[in-house]
Design a protein around this ligand. Structure first.
Ligand SMILES: N[C@@H](CCC(=O)N[C@@H](CS)C(=O)NCC(=O)O)C(=O)O
Length: 218
């Protein structure tokens, strides 16, 4: 690899956390470029960042002169560019299952629970804190319950979401469980997921990607 990798990231962003795990699993060195999503109204709204991502979201991965957005597409780019160790299974069926799991989190849980949604509730509709918390918990419990049901007793479920190597679905699951805990949803309610989370966090690639290990963590 000759071109530099740099990740626009926020320590507590679960979408950036996914990409940090993927980069670490691939053993790729990268620079973290912190974007504080809260301070001074949010650095994601600064013109210099909007030029990187008009969606005003993290992460953005810089690879040389290229700028990439959307964590799942970035993870697949990493996997295609540096195939070892793979983040996706070898068969079409296996890849479909893993993408299904990853998208359950990235497309169906996470967008409902995003900071900008909470900000809209608070500032535009003046929704009180307890109801905002209830909203967060509701979608996490429902989504993680479905994820648990899809993994429980499935022959492809192993130490990790798919077999005994961590992959794309694990890159999404661990950050989502971190987020769940933040909002008072205990992963213990989902025993299969809790066991996979323990196995993941025992690996250096996941451990180094943890929010509290980031240079911008308080
Ligand atoms: N679908 C995007 C979601 C990115 C996203 O929503 N990032 C959040 C942090 S986890 C963000 O930047 N939020 C800023 C805001 O809501 O203002 C991806 O997977 O990369």
């Amino acid at each position: 690899m000759t071109e530099r990798l740099a990740l626009y990231s926020y320590w507590r962003s679960s979408a950036a956390y996914r990409v940090r795990i993927g980069l670490n699993l691939k053993g790729l060195p990268y620079e973290v470029l912190p974007v504080h999503l809260v301070r001074d109204g949010g650095e994601q709204f600064r013109p210099e960042y909007v030029a990187q991502n008009p969606q005003k979201l993290v992460p953005v991965l810089a690879h040389g002169q290229r700028r990439m957005r959307q964590s799942l597409s970035i993870l697949e780019y990493l996997d295609e560019t540096w195939p070892e160790p793979p983040l996706l299974p070898a068969t079409a069926r296996g890849r479909q299952r893993v993408r299904e799991l990853a998208q359950l989190i990235a497309c169906d849980i996470h967008p409902l629970n995003n900071l900008r949604v909470l900000r809209f509730f608070e500032h535009e509709w003046h929704v009180p804190q307890p109801e905002r918390d209830e909203w967060m918990k509701h979608w996490m419990v429902e989504g993680l319950g479905a994820f648990e049901a899809l993994l429980r007793d499935h022959p492809s479920t192993g130490t990790f979401c798919d077999g005994d190597q961590p992959g794309l679905a694990d890159c999404c699951l661990v950050p989502q469980l971190y987020n769940a805990r933040r909002f008072g949803v205990s992963p213990d309610a989902f025993p299969v997921l809790a066991a996979i989370e323990r196995a993941c966090l025992a690996l250096p690639a996941f451990d180094a990607a943890r929010p509290e290990r980031q240079p911008d963590a308080p």
